[in-house]
Design a protein. Sequence first.
Length: 274
Amino acid sequence: MGLLSIDEGLCKGDELCVADCPTAILRIDESKGTPKMIPGGEEMCLRCGHCVAVCPHGALDHAEVPLDGCDPVRKELTIGFEQAVQFLRSRRSVRRFKDRPVERDTLRRLIDVARCAPTASNLQPVEWVVIDGREKVQGLAEQAVGWMRSVLAKDAQPAYAPYLPRLVAAWDAGSDAVLRDAPCLVIAMAPKEAANGMVDLALALSYLELAAPTLGLGTCWAGLLQGALLSHPPLKGKVGIPAGYPHHYPMMIGYAKPTYHRLPLRKPAKVKWD
Ligand SMILES: Cc1cc2nc3c(=O)[nH]c(=O)nc-3n(C[C@H](O)[C@H](O)[C@H](O)COP(=O)(O)O)c2cc1C
């Protein structure tokens, strides 16, 4: 049996699936008036599920994106532009967290939505490491500060990172400006085979950070730890990023302490209209 099966009783021959297929591997079988895959199509199929999703009749099933597993779009949940703008603009980087662990189930729900972000060729290459618990996260912040100290020992005022001395001084004064006492850290990563791995994982993290506040959680991209991971590869092993995973980015996550009441201004978009 091939990847596609068509319920000929339900199919109206409207060709919506044919028109929507990103790799153009569907054709109408003239003898039946229903779609079929072209020879060799199985290798070219992205497994994106568009053919299943676009059919209003539920007439098309895909062996690897089964109709049964594709939830219907619930029209009553659709949001308008104004709501979308407020939702997107109210996302904030959170740097103060409650002293409360993040439940594993909650993390699972967030990762579950993050895996639905777009990926190049629908490769879905993003994998996750969860560093769970404030002490473990602080241990990593300490390692990052250790790396910063070794940088400062060679160059007390590095031009490429002028903030390093202040971060180390803050740490010595008992304040974690690297990972902000976060109770948890998620690291999204992708293997070297994923040509667009960094883009794919950044989009997944963005989905996660947008969904997080709906569960009371706040997030912040951990760029300082990322700097330490890139400059000091042994740290990658310590956080659980395996060899062969050059694409990665850590994100702090925890229950948010601050509430924001305004949407801060941003620079006007620079656009060239051609
Ligand atoms: C790739 C990336 C790395 C970041 N790294 C850090 C970081 O290490 N520490 C931090 O406090 N904020 C970090 N941020 C958060 C930015 O400072 C923040 O997005 C920016 O100030 C705008 O604020 P907003 O996210 O609340 O809109 C990072 C953001 C991005 C996108």
